[in-house]
Design a protein around this ligand. Structure first.
Ligand SMILES: *[C@@H]1O[C@H](CO)[C@@H](O)[C@H](O)[C@H]1NC(C)=O
Ligand SMILES: *[C@@H]1O[C@H](CO)[C@@H](O)[C@H](O)[C@H]1NC(C)=O
Ligand SMILES: [Cu+2]
Length: 344
């Protein structure tokens, strides 16, 4: 017989099942500002038209945007919108999902769940080893019916691509090197041991993935800055007998950040130091953080120097010993009952 203590843990577990079993594919679930020490600070921000997983109307389809959509020939059309129908206007759906507030030049983490795309690679054959590439494009002049092919692979880092309305802010691997869903696969088991964290309400026992970017310093205060997240996740030709020509598969999330005047003085180099051994529940990815700071450092001084020469950034190793807590035990129990994510 369960003691009441265990009953509440089981309840937590049941809620956790409800929140996670529907999760297939990925989208940007949350944005956080990253402090100069690599820690997430302040309140989260959310994409346009966001539906929280805790909302009664939530389902995967409320947030997933697949291009080309299921059932269409394997070709991306010039007419394909970049943003999901519910994300074409610069509007938030509810007060529960406000925009992120961030100052010009702020470092920001875009957080998403790997949903087995990292830890269960056997689920889809012919996918890239980095689990696809994620891109973030930025603009102060978004269009309501923005076309994917006018932005993706067109806008570049120096802003001279395409119609020049925007820039490519970041390119990273979908697999940030740390993130995992708790499951019985070898990759997940290894990462659970290597990157332990205390289970929390948001992630449960999983560790979400992230893409860390910096807003441009010249982003004007008092107006929104638009971010387009594009996950390019193609299937290679001939890898899957059913897909002799391979398959294009792109997922997107569209979001705005309110650019606000900074109350803190702009960061000096010495302040930008990633703290090692901090809780992974709120920590940026060290290598991505270093990249951002190096990019900002060199732009700030105008020097064409390597990132490491312009900033002091310590790239840390995670704490070695697993954190054991009652909640972590429950989420482990729960997630082994969840069947692996199956992609279309
Ligand atoms: C990093 O800095 C922020 C803001 O100053 C602070 O809230 C946070 O606790 C710091 N992180 C660590 C691990 O000390
Ligand atoms: C801008 O970037 C593109 C691609 O990265 C490059 O080919 C081009 O030469 C750059 N233009 C300028 C003016 O720097
Ligand atoms: Cu998927």
């Amino acid at each position: 017989m369960l003691r009441s203590h265990n009953n509440s843990l089981v309840l937590f577990g049941l809620i956790f099942i409800l929140l996670t079993t529907a999760g297939a594919h990925s989208w940007v679930e949350q944005l956080m500002v990253i402090a100069p020490n690599g820690t997430f600070v302040g309140s989260p921000g959310y994409p346009r038209g966001n539906v929280l997983r805790t909302d009664s109307s939530f389902s995967d389809t409320a947030m997933v945007n697949l291009i080309p959509p299921n059932g269409r020939p394997n070709k991306i059309l010039r007419s394909d919108s970049l943003c999901k129908q519910t994300q074409q206007k610069q509007t938030q759906k509810s007060k529960d999902s406000p925009r992120l507030q961030a100052s010009p030049g702020a470092a920001i983490a875009l957080r998403f769940q790997e949903n087995g795309h990292v830890t269960l690679p056997q689920n889809q054959v012919g996918k890239p080893h980095n689990r696809g590439t994620v891109y973030v494009y930025g603009t102060t002049q978004p269009k309501e019916n923005e076309k994917l092919l006018n932005v993706h692979g067109v806008w570049n880092k120096n802003g001279t691509g395409g119609d020049r309305r925007g820039v490519l802010l970041s390119t990273q691997n979908f697999d940030d090197g740390r993130c995992y869903q708790v499951n019985s696969g070898g990759i997940s088991q290894k990462r659970q041991a290597e990157f332990p964290h205390e289970a929390d309400q948001l992630m449960g026992g999983d560790l979400w993935c992230q893409q860390d970017i910096a807003l441009p310093f010249e982003a004007p205060s008092g107006q929104p800055y638009t971010l387009y997240w594009v996950w390019d996740w193609p299937t290679a030709p001939r890898a899957d007998p059913g897909l002799p020509e391979g398959k294009q598969e792109i997922y997107t999330t569209c979001m705005d950040v309110d650019v606000v005047d900074s109350t803190v003085p702009s960061h000096s180099r010495i302040q930008m130091r990633y703290i090692e051994d901090q809780s992974l529940n709120r920590a940026a990815i060290p290598s991505q953080f270093a990249e951002i700071m190096g990019y900002r450092g060199s732009r700030r001084t105008g020097a064409v120097s390597s990132p490491s020469s312009s900033v002091v950034v310590a790239v840390g190793t995670p704490p070695a010993s697993p954190v054991i807590s009652p909640v972590a035990t429950v989420t482990t129990f729960v997630t082994v009952t969840v069947s692996p994510t199956v992609c279309s």
